[in-house]
Design a protein around this ligand. Structure first.
Ligand code: SF4
Ligand code: FES
Length: 357
């Protein structure tokens, strides 16, 4: 069956970033700036994405504003007809840069915070003074007339501040707050023992989110991404492999998800040689886990097969060594006990982080 066109492109413009978050989902080996795609190539990629049917582009990284041509890239994506969303840590933003981005057609900004206050935020992000710069950036984003979403990645070491994070989102004028528990790929897997929450923490956080949603309805929308490690069934990662999204890495690899290069033995096409259309409809790598035909037992015939699409391929590989296995987040997976063991190990682990150098 011919796949439907993708809805959105995740454009990973660079791996460069001034922060060093211990849960970074970028690969452990990063692309250097000399290997990044140039402005003209990204502009062609945005045009190809729009022609393919994408409605949105998420301009991400690393830190996308580390690119000097970021306003040109926004202009190219906007001119192609894409809704442009900048996903930023905010510490490199100033008023002239934001004015240039807004003038270039930027539609929306997602700003990350690592905690509700500076001591925790700067420690977790590994960047002294970063939290204060984020507060300034949030004000400038709103003054530029841009809608703001606050992204808070939560884990064992900041969940206690969740009520204050919600208050911060309100105070900064965010229309949306994304509370996302860490997903354990890339660098996050190396720090899993320091980050995994307990079940009691998770339950408390879920209750706090539900209460805040009710209290702030009409003023703040709260998205909540729960952690797989306490789940009984997995999430439909990326809406299913090769179904809704495609990503392009800083070096130009065309990927079904941002972490897909962690799976060995997959030949992903590159924008230097292949159009997004050819990749989406013709690449064996995109077809490999698309739909349900590839699924092993117990997914084959499962009533949720077309809801969660077997969960996350990158997590299945990271935990079992087999990207074609049922996601261990599913209680029906023969590997499900791995998650409970990781939670138990984390409960007695040291809280120190391993940062990228
Ligand atoms: Fe989803 Fe497979 Fe688990 Fe069924 S068996 S719930 S399809 S992961
Ligand atoms: Fe790659 Fe889930 S992160 S499939």
């Amino acid at each position: 069956m011919t796949p439907e066109p993708p809805l959105a492109l995740l454009a990973e413009l660079t791996h460069r970033c001034p922060l060093r978050c211990p849960y970074c989902s970028n690969p452990t080996a990063l692309t250097g700036s000399s290997d990044e795609l140039d402005t003209a190539t990204w502009s062609r990629v945005f045009a190809e994405a729009a022609a393919l049917g994408c409605l949105q582009v998420h301009l991400s990284g690393g830190e996308p504003t580390a690119r000097r041509d970021i306003a040109d890239l926004v202009r190219a994506a906007s001119s192609a007809g894409l809704y442009t969303n900048l996903i930023t840590a905010g510490v490199l933003l100033d008023a002239p840069k934001l004015a240039a981005l807004a003038a270039a057609g930027l539609d929306h900004v997602q700003l990350s915070v690592q905690d509700a206050e500076a001591v925790g935020g700067d420690r977790i992000g590994g960047f002294a003074g970063g939290h204060a710069k984020k507060l300034v950036a949030a004000r400038l984003i709103r003054e530029a007339g841009l809608p703001l979403t606050l992204n808070a990645v939560v884990h064992r070491q900041n969940l206690g501040n969740l009520p204050a994070i919600i208050e911060l989102a309100l105070a900064l004028g965010a229309g949306r707050l994304e509370v996302a528990h860490v997903q354990y790929y890339g660098w996050a897997l190396a720090n899993r023992a320091a980050l995994l929450p307990t079940r009691a923490q998770l339950e408390a956080a879920t209750a706090i989110v539900e209460a805040a949603r009710a209290a702030h309805r009409g003023r703040l929308v709260i998205d909540y991404v729960v952690p797989d490690y306490h789940a009984q069934r997995p999430k439909a990662c990326m809406g299913g492999w090769g179904r809704r999204f495609l990503a392009v890495s800083p070096a130009g690899r065309i990927l079904p998800c941002h972490a897909a290069e962690t799976i060995p033995g997959m030949a992903y096409p590159t924008v230097r040689e292949t159009s997004l259309r050819e990749a989406w409809y013709g690449s064996p790598a995109f077809a490999r886990f698309r739909g349900t035909g590839w699924m092993p037992a117990p997914c084959q015939g499962c009533e949720r097969a077309e809801q969660d699409w077997g969960g996350c391929r990158c997590q299945a590989f990271a935990l079992t060594g087999d990207a074609g296995a049922t996601d261990p987040a599913c209680a029906l997976s023969p590997h499900h006990t791995l998650l409970a063991e990781a939670v138990a190990d984390a409960a007695v682990a040291e809280a120190g982080f391993t940062y990228r150098q």
